[in-house]
Ligand binder design. Structure first.
Ligand SMILES: [Fe+2]
Length: 203
């Protein structure tokens, strides 16, 4: 069911937000976060929601507007929320670039920008799951769901194919692997092995 897969996508997004939050706490401690992980997350967020997740939600929302206008009005302007998330992400990307290019930027400013993005995304997901999805499940009839499903299938755009969803899966896995490596490296720096430590352990 479409709502189930949208919920599953939210779980994936939340996991990436957790990884970003962890890197932010490394930055907050005055240490160097793994910028490869951060760049991969930003790149993922720049593509995935706009190309895949939000268009599906927008289709469901359009149907909700015609099936239950009052419920849709209660939810507000979903497309505007999505645009505001994209703007916040843009600010994150710019802040990270400023840090990496040694431009004058306060740590608190960078912290605030990244924190703002994370919190906005979490609030947005929570709102969709609390208000939007249940309203859609209540209002849309099997006919409407079938229409949305067929539109998704009919899209010629390769971004809407299963292959692409698998591609995003691969990127997610790559990000988690990078994060595990970064964590392992940080553990080594914090608790280095004595010189006589096992040669198999590569800190
Ligand atoms: Fe969503």
């Amino acid at each position: 069911m479409i709502i189930d897969s949208l919920r599953q996508e939210h779980r994936n997004i939340e996991k990436l937000l957790l990884v970003l939050e962890r890197e932010l706490s490394v930055f907050d401690r005055g240490e160097r976060p793994d910028y490869q992980v951060i760049h991969a997350i930003i790149a993922y967020f720049l593509v995935y929601p706009n190309a895949y997740h939000h268009p599906q939600e927008d289709m469901v929302f359009e149907k909700l507007k015609s099936c239950d206008p009052a419920a849709a009005a209660n939810i507000g302007d979903l497309a505007a929320e999505h645009r505001s998330g994209a703007k916040r992400l843009q600010r994150v990307a710019q802040a990270v670039e400023s840090v990496l290019s040694d431009r004058e930027v306060l740590r608190e400013t960078v912290h605030g920008i990244v924190r703002d993005f994370i919190e906005h995304e979490r609030r947005h997901i929570a709102m969709e799951e609390r208000d939007f999805f249940p309203a859609a499940v209540r209002a849309l009839q099997p006919q409407e769901w079938a229409e949305i499903a067929s539109k998704l299938k009919d899209r010629k755009d390769p971004l809407f194919s299963e292959t692409v969803e698998e591609g995003f899966d691969a990127v997610r896995r790559h990000i988690f692997q990078l994060e595990q490596e970064a964590e392992a490296e940080r553990a080594c720096v914090t608790h280095p092995l004595p010189a006589s430590g096992s040669a198999a352990h590569r800190c």
